[in-house]
Design a protein around this ligand. Structure first.
Ligand SMILES: Nc1ncnc2c1ncn2[C@@H]1O[C@H](COP(=O)(O)OP(=O)(O)OP(=O)(O)O)[C@@H](O)[C@H]1O
Length: 646
């Protein structure tokens, strides 16, 4: 495995195996039109959704999930984020109180105003009453607007806070979280932090809007109704438990459907995240058709889940409406019977208006419950990313190393990736003197990259220890230790941004020293080509440095390592061949990089190996030092024929 996988690529959360029919296809067949299908059966590679599970995090559908405990778990997770946004929440609730207060003033006035219109009341009185009513309506509208604006602010700030918190935790996670059989794919993580976090904002808004505004309005309207007619109010109240029961039942079903919908869209996102960066390979292998089929399979699964979810979301309000209008009808009939003409037209207008405004908060509460149920899986999946303790931990009294000379000792280091797999490194001992260059060679899968991962403390040894300048690296603060190591990985990791930003990557948060950037680029033989770019050091190099050639990328990566000025350098030599001019430019750059540094190079070329002071073969978890005569036996230009590397 090359070092680039440490940083960017992680295996998909589920192997996106090509359906058997694709493997078996011997020759290209006429392209079927996948776009036109009427039913799932017409789609070629539809698998039941059960088989699609985007996450490897523990998700056991068989386990009984208590809806109430789920809800309280969700609320507990939200609590700190809501607490930190108490200001807009309070302001929103104050505005909602003003809105409800205005509404309570409007309702009796509507009743009396409407009856006054029919009675012979003087115009000036009518005008005064109309004016007061108008002011109250205006106040209610303005307060309502600010209520929504403040509560949305709180909801979106919560979403922002959660995203930022979750991403921080994701960055802190062990490397094992991103690679290996149980890894969570980068697409899945991206989906959770983007789309699912947005769902959380909707949930939070619905909750905040329900807790105070809807409850206040409900009580205010109920009080109005009680004052006008207790008996009619009693009949109206019977609708509430009925609705609550239905909403609770349907809400729970919605939560389950939402959970599956989130998983299916996350799988789709993972797939796209994996296949699009490999578009060159897809095209070179004429795999557009098979990739399209894979996409369709996943997209169809997502379509089915989303449709189910949307149908459920559409159904819930309709059922509430049916119940509500059914009860309203009973109420109207009942009012005729119960009132016996005991209240006048104006009271009737006020009562019905109160009733209409009572529906809104009831629906709001129902909606909030549904949003909560729908948001629960999103919140859970988001927080799942923050769970589990890191295995690479910093001890409380870890030290900061201002400088290191670069003497490294591996003492009896053994390592395996999991309990049930064989050792990758087996009691390995290696002493690298400060300023020395060590080349590591050996067969693919021999453990070279693993050794580097241990040196960077991306994993902890299963046994044994690693020392730098006689300090056990486990006693050094992680940030401090990694600052002293420069890494040039096999597939150079470049990011969207300018050339200068990529070279000065370590200072992105501070000020990038342009003088040092140019110096590093000159030493790395990169200055010449950078100056030919449209904007020189300010040229945007595109996603993953797609603007640059392979050799240019390598020199940029070397310049970055030089800029970092670390005492220890780790160089995973690129296996891809460059043309002879690029090759010699890169080689010169590597040679300069090796000066005055302790260097550990995973070498794939004989010339690089010959630059090293000592050479070790890593095979079957053991290290063996190679003499020059072994290396030069046969005078091959490449190490592959000496079986030192593959
Ligand atoms: N994250 C991981 N989880 C489980 N096993 C892993 C993981 N990474 C590597 N391995 C296994 O560990 C062994 C050593 O892998 P490593 O990447 O260190 O080899 P390497 O010598 O660097 O190979 P190459 O020269 O091909 O890059 C291999 O058998 C590999 O399958």
């Amino acid at each position: 495995m090359s070092l680039n996988r440490l940083i960017l690529l992680s295996p998909p959360s589920q192997p996106l195996l090509t359906p058997p029919s694709l493997h078996l296809r011997p020759t290209p067949k006429p392209k079927p039109n996948f776009l036109h299908f009427n039913s799932p059966s017409k789609l070629p590679f539809i698998t039941p959704l059960k088989s699609i599970n985007s996450t490897k995090l523990p998700l056991n559908p068989q386990t009984y999930e208590n809806p109430l405990s789920k809800t309280s778990e969700t609320l507990t997770k939200l609590k700190p984020f809501l607490q930190s946004n108490y200001q807009p929440i309070l302001l929103g609730w104050i505005c909602s109180s003003i809105s409800v207060f205005s509404l309570s003033g409007i309702i009796p006035r509507i009743g009396s105003f409407s009856s006054n219109l029919t009675n012979n009341i003087s115009l000036s009185t009518l005008r005064d009453q109309g004016l007061v009513l108008g002011v109250l309506v205006f106040a209610q509208l303005v307060a309502r607007y600010w209520q929504q604006a403040f509560l949305w602010e709180a909801a979106l700030r919560t979403e922002y806070g959660m995203r930022s918190f979750v991403f921080e935790k994701v960055l802190e996670r062990d490397l094992s979280f991103f690679e290996g059989g149980n890894a969570v794919s980068s697409g899945d993580i991206a989906y959770r932090i983007t789309a699912e976090a947005s769902d959380v904002a909707d949930t939070v808004f619905a909750l905040l809007n329900a807790i105070v505004p809807s409850t206040l309005q409900l009580f205010a309207m109920a009080t109005q109704m009680l004052v006008i007619s207790p008996s009619l109010s009693f009949i109206s109240a019977m609708v509430i438990p009925c609705m609550a029961f239905v909403v609770a039942y349907l809400g729970e079903r919605l939560r389950k459907i939402s959970k599956r919908a989130h998983q299916s869209i996350a799988t789709l996102a993972s797939y796209l995240n994996e296949v699009l960066p490999a578009i060159l390979f897809v095209k070179a292998n004429n795999a557009e058709l098979s990739e399209h089929a894979r996409f369709q399979r996943l997209a169809y699964a997502d379509y089915s889940q989303c449709l189910e979810k949307k149908k459920m979301k559409a159904l819930i309000p309709q059922i509430i409406q049916i119940i509500y209008f059914g009860v309203l009808f009973i109420l109207c009939v009942g009012s005729v019977v119960v009132s016996h003409g005991s209240f006048d037209g104006s009271s009737m207008v006020s009562f019905v208006t109160s009733l209409i405004f009572l529906v809104e908060p009831i629906q709001g509460l129902g909606k909030a419950y549904n949003e909560l149920k729908q948001g629960e899986p999103a919140i859970k999946r988001l927080f799942d990313l923050t769970k589990l303790k890191s295995k690479v931990i910093e001890i409380p009294d870890a030290i900061d190393l201002a400088h290191v000379k670069g003497e490294i000792k591996f003492c009896d280091v053994s390592f395996k990736y999991a309990d049930d797999v064989p050792l990758v490194l087996d009691g390995l001992n290696l002493h690298i003197r400060a300023g020395e260059t060590i080349a590591l060679v050996g067969p693919s899968g021999g453990g070279k990259t693993t050794l580097i991962k241990l040196l960077l403390r991306l994993y902890e040894p299963s046994s044994g220890s690693i020392h730098v300048d006689n300090h056990n690296i486990q006693r050094i603060r992680l940030e401090s230790w990694r600052r002293h190591i420069g890494l040039v990985s096999q597939d150079t990791m470049l990011f969207s941004g300018t050339v200068a930003e990529n070279i000065g990557y370590r200072d992105l948060m501070a000020n990038i020293d342009l003088g040092r950037v140019e110096l590093a680029a000159r030493v790395a033989n990169a200055d010449e080509f950078i100056r030919t770019l449209p904007d020189g050091y300010k040229t945007q190099i595109g996603p993953r440095g797609s603007l640059l050639s392979g050799g240019q990328k390598q020199r940029l990566a070397i310049a970055r390592a030089l800029y970092q000025n670390s005492s220890i350098l780790v160089l995973d030599e690129a296996t891809s061949a460059l043309d002879s001019r690029s090759e010699s430019l890169v080689r010169q750059a590597v040679e300069r990089l090796m000066e005055n540094h302790t260097v550990l190079v995973i070498a794939h070329r004989l010339e690089t190996v010959l630059m090293a002071d000592r050479v070790f073969r890593l095979q079957d978890g053991k290290l063996e030092e190679l003499t020059r005569s072994t290396l030069l036996a046969g005078h091959q230009n490449s190490l592959s024929s000496t079986e030192l590397v593959i």
